[in-house]
Design a protein around this ligand. Structure first.
Ligand SMILES: Nc1nc2c([nH]c(=O)n2[C@@H]2O[C@H](COP(=O)(O)OP(=O)(O)OP(=O)(O)O)[C@@H](O)[C@H]2O)c(=O)[nH]1
Length: 128
């Protein structure tokens, strides 16, 4: 079970981060987030991941449940809960990722992304 955020800026662009080398799916552009730890609430997990990965603070009230992805990975099944977040404190910095970029949903079709994320693009385009 994974939580992730579509951080949306005032131009309707979404922040993607690039997975670093030496890890599964290296080089792909993904939504910031990560695994929920045992006993952790999903929103708390996402707030923790945003701090760890981007050095930003978000409040639970600013995390809107948006949609989810369900896909087979190599040895596991992934359930990814995607939240939309339009307000946070701080300027995102790539503490774990190779890089960050802000993109409109329609631009995501041209980026290499994890297969599970592909069905989310059209949904985000309609939502934002
Ligand atoms: N954060 C994030 N993870 C995603 C996305 N799409 C997707 O398939 N995933 C998968 O969901 C998992 C996220 O957990 P993580 O980021 O903590 O995983 P990790 O690299 O430590 O994976 P590992 O523990 O299997 O090595 C990974 O298997 C990742 O490939 C996405 O858009 N954002």
């Amino acid at each position: 079970m994974v939580v992730a955020a579509a951080l949306v800026d005032d131009q309707g662009r979404i922040l993607l981060q690039q997975r670093p080398p030496g890890r599964p799916m290296a080089g792909l552009w993904e939504f910031p987030g990560g695994k929920i730890e045992p006993g952790e609430r999903p929103e708390a997990a996402l707030i923790r991941e945003l701090e760890e990965e981007l050095d930003i603070s978000a409040d639970t009230a600013c995390l809107s449940p948006a949609t989810f992805a369900s896909a087979d990975l190599e040895e596991r099944h992934l359930l990814l809960l995607l939240y939309v977040c339009r307000r946070w404190r701080g300027e995102p910095r790539p503490l774990h990722a190779t890089g960050l970029q802000w993109v409109r949903p329609d631009q995501m079709h041209d980026l290499p992304m994890p297969p599970a994320d592909r069905p989310l693009i059209g949904l985000l385009d309609a939502l934002i």
